[in-house]
Design a binder for this molecule. Structure first.
Ligand code: ADP
Length: 232
């Protein structure tokens, strides 16, 4: 199967820690695509102490989902700005439940999006693997960078000196929702929503690329490229 590498939308579905952000990073680096991470958008609002940021701070810390209205508005505004650009887009962390999937579907029914290819990429990985990964995760403090690293000895995702971002040299930090209780809650929320989300796409006859995300990142990326018929 083959598609144009330009102007398409790829929705990433997978539990926290399945590697959606790292996977997006490879697509950006190799294909020049654009990523919208709703989690990053939320953390940026919190860091900037905006009105929305103040409202959602505790929600993120707890690992629960932010109100659909807030998220849908943020995403639709961002998507509207991408019109006319020919770069493919990765939606990382959106839609996360049935209501958001329907909202996205409605938004993309607009005339302007009618020629845009739409694909779902599902990163499949067990809860055990996820819990281990998130427990050893560090992220760049710079909210315009957001690079993700592992602090686990021997990991391919370690930064050069384990304290600073390789890309922008800002200090690394542990996300406050990577605490064990919040990780448990995020996984629970994910599993509560996963079947309705995937069911929605199945009912529509939507093609879903299923990828074993327990493999090393480069293999995850290779298998995606093969499935999607992309060079790079
Ligand atoms: P992860 O996928 O590792 O849980 P994200 O960075 O994608 O991390 O999301 C972190 C948090 O941001 C979520 O736990 C949730 O509180 C909020 N969030 C992100 N995307 C959404 C969304 N689409 N709907 C509601 N809340 C969201």
């Amino acid at each position: 199967m083959s598609m144009s590498a330009k102007g398409d939308i790829f929705v990433l579905v997978g539990p926290p820690g399945s590697g959606k952000g790292s996977f997006s990073g490879l697509c950006i680096k190799n294909f020049g695509w654009k990523q919208l991470s709703t989690g990053n958008l939320c953390r940026k609002q919190i860091a900037q102490q905006t009105e929305i940021g103040k409202q959602i701070d505790l929600v993120l810390k707890s690992g629960k989902l932010v109100n659909d209205g807030i998220i849908v508005d943020m995403v639709n505004q961002w998507l509207a700005k991408q019109l006319g650009r020919d770069k493919s887009i990765l939606l990382d962390g959106y839609p996360r439940n049935l209501a958001q999937a329907k909202a996205l579907d409605d938004f993309l029914k607009q005339e302007e999006f009618k020629d845009v290819g739409f694909y779902v990429v599902r990163l499949v990985v067990s809860d055990d693997v996820v819990v281990n990964r998130l427990g050893g995760r560090a992220v760049c403090q710079n909210k315009d960078c957001h690079a993700v690293y592992s602090i686990i000895e021997g990991s391919e995702l370690r930064s050069k000196n384990n304290k600073m971002c390789d890309l922008c040299e800002s200090p690394l930090e542990i996300r406050n929702d990577d605490e064990p209780e919040a990780i448990k809650e995020r996984l629970k929320v994910y599993h509560e929503n996963e079947s309705a989300l995937l069911g929605f796409y199945k009912d529509k006859g939507q093609l879903v690329f299923e990828i074993d995300a327990s493999m090393p990142l480069d293999e995850v990326f290779d298998s995606f490229k093969k499935m999607a018929g992309l060079e790079g």
